[in-house]
Design a protein around this ligand. Sequence first.
Ligand code: UDX
Length: 438
Amino acid sequence: MSKICVIGTGYVGLVTGTCFADLGNRVVCLDVDESRISRINDGVMPIYEPGLEQLVEQNVHSGRLTFSTNPQEALANAEFAFIAVGTPSGVDGEADLQYVRSAAESIADNVDHPIVVINKSTVPVGTGDWVTDVIKKRRGGTPLEFSVVSNPEFLREGSAINDFMNPDRVVLGSTNREAANQVAQLYLTLRCPILVTDLRTAEMIKYASNAFLATRVSFINEIANMCEELGADVREVSLGMGYDRRIGHAFLDAGLGWGGSCFPKDVKALAHMAVLHGTHPQLLQAVMEINRNQRRRVIFKLRKALGSLNDKVVGVLGLSFKPNTDDIREAPSLEVIHLLLNEGAIVKAYDPQAMENAKAMFSRITLCENPYEVADGADALVLATEWNEFKQLDFERICQLMRRPLILDGRNLWDANALRGMGFTYYGVGHSTQANGE
Ligand code: UDX
């Protein structure tokens, strides 16, 4: 059993702290946001993550997990301090490290015992050395026995607990191998490969992994766009490719592209690092451009079917950047809605989990209670997020409710032929270019 402090109670920190507690450690999750900590202490989660509420409740009840806004209390006796704060994109796409700096300085101000500081947040290559320097400078002449370890997270929103408990690998990087080995002990029970390397290599593994996954998606989306013009079916192309063990089936689904708080930020930050260090990230630039273009193609298809979109009613199903999360950051739906509003369209939308976040984001669209309200009177229905509850809608009812039976299936969720058989004009992504499927 180790004493762990996790700084930051967002998508990464809250899951990391709770899971470490569930593994038997004593964990204090620290945040500067009083209201956030108060809500968590009342059992109200700040994020939607399947299984999290119950896991927090179990571990708080067991006494292994507590939440605090007091750094002295949270860091007292901590053997490990995980920095799991946000690293949002700055103006040029670089990672904004102001919160990492605050966390590092908080450790320097409140710890006078040996401690291992772990960067869990996604931080630019070289940040481990920078955190070491921040702490040393903050301590001034007062010595502190500490080491910095990079331990990037590979958690997917919507499956974060499972991803923590069943990792494909744990990556650790440090200038102090003993410190990395101490952190490795925390993960031994998970029985997964643990790669111990240097700081910069560990930091690069995180960026390279996310950038590669984003590249796969943009690759299949570029193939999808070719399929639309060449009369092939990208879903079958993806299936045929994936049987090759070197390719695999994962992250090869064409659609509206990638969003979320990670891929966009990480790909931009990696490209920025490249430019700052004199290399030209032409592949990453193309990966980002293809992704942006997937949103625009929705508008092209709607214009093709409806002509001008001015005053047309367009329903959008799904606002979160992917299913099983309430996170709408950089969601494809946001860009699609922005483009629709720019064309004078009237937009209605619904999402199973992201409505609260959507209310804060959108003032010029109608937020509905369910998919049928979205379809009512609509000239077109766009699927932006492939939530399970959208799979088996009552399409006979939807067809009657809509002003025009036009569907743009942004995630290839539905059966094109079945919908056409009901009288819908159907557009997918990467197959049956013609609305009626010729
Ligand atoms: C990602 C990485 O998977 C995770 O390892 C890292 O720690 C954080 O970033 P996340 O952003 O939660 O996780 O979502 P992910 O499931 O990776 O999907 C990212 C985006 O790609 C989503 O918008 C999703 O819709 C899109 N996507 C994914 C596709 O468009 N096609 C695919 O085949 C897979």
